[in-house]
Design a protein around this ligand. Sequence first.
Ligand code: NIG
Ligand code: FE
Length: 409
Amino acid sequence: MKLIGPITQLLTLDSLPKKGALRDEHLEILTNAGIAIEDGKILEIGDYADLLEKAEKLNAKVIQLEGDFVALPGWIDCHTHICFGGSRAKDFTMRNAGKSYLEIAEAGGGIWDTVTQTRKLNQDELAERTISHAARHLNEGVTTIEVKSGYGLTVEEELKMLRAIQQANSNTHADLIPTCLAAHMKSRDFDGTNQEYLDSIATELFPILKSENLSNRIDSFIEKSAFSPVEIESYYQKAKELGFDLTAHADQFTTGGSEVAVRMNAKSADHLEASTEIEIALLAKSDTVAVALPGASLGLGCAFTPGRKILDQGGSLAIASDWNPGSAPMGDLLTQASILATFEKLSTAEVFSALTFRAAAALDLDDRGKLKEGLLADFNLFPTSDYREILYQQGKLKPEQVWKNGIKT
Ligand code: NIG
Ligand code: FE
């Protein structure tokens, strides 16, 4: 056993519901608390003096903190594209000059540009880049990071990406959760229809994902410029039959995606900037987690996901960075969540839940996201005496200590 404390405020996030609006009065806050760790997991959380007594009897290691700290579960970023090559600074300048998505794509920008840059890198080079992005995220308190493929778009290139993500996962302290996004767009060099492209991915790639244990999650981009709801529904059906979890890029510019996601029982529907009352009501009634991606709204200058309405109607809201070279290059999850909170009028309890256990639910992980006995000892220590300072400082107050699996990173 190892004991860490005393901690001025420890927010367990325990006993908060999976869905619906939350007020800060719902937060369980332990003062002068300690965290006892064993084998990478939380052994006990409680009063520091009591735990210290136990630790001394057991001759356990005590890591005594000096000064004020607020403890929270490690952040979980349930939607990123941090495995990529190149930069899309050109898209940024074109967007700000008023060019449309289509004009940018025609000028050689957009997702296809990143596909071209990513294909130029070998697996080791891609793994290196992913590791460096993950290291930055971990340093800012993100202990679990979902990472999508989707810049390969052939069976071999998608496999290269997912193998690179697997390689990166073995070389970072953060947990990387891989997702197959071969349905990001139809590869330009694929000779056939959208349906034929999706069929070939399902037939050729899905079995290898299983046999090499490369990913257990299938994502898609349901949008006019990518795949239609009908095309994705039959793709998802095949994925489901093989036991994959589903997630979707839905309602980013036009609606239709979230409806398929809910109907197919996807773990999450992400983006939702264009969702109307109809989609919000559907999501709120479902078990599909709505994932807001404020980084993409900031990157593209678009509306924010209607998080307030989703929560008020009883839905579950997670917040993720969408860190990618095109729409969301910033990758600062806490800053983005703080900004979303201001615009969407989210309580601190709602934001902290969206960055922890509700994001864990989007990834179907039940071993993390709260500070509770038996869960992974993944937590952040912020140098402040008041938890409200964290969002108030809009992401500038970073954790001083980040613990992953009971180890200070
Ligand atoms: O989540 N919307 C589609 N995919 C990404 C953007 C990827 C890219 O532009 O490279 C997103 O915003
Ligand atoms: Fe995305």
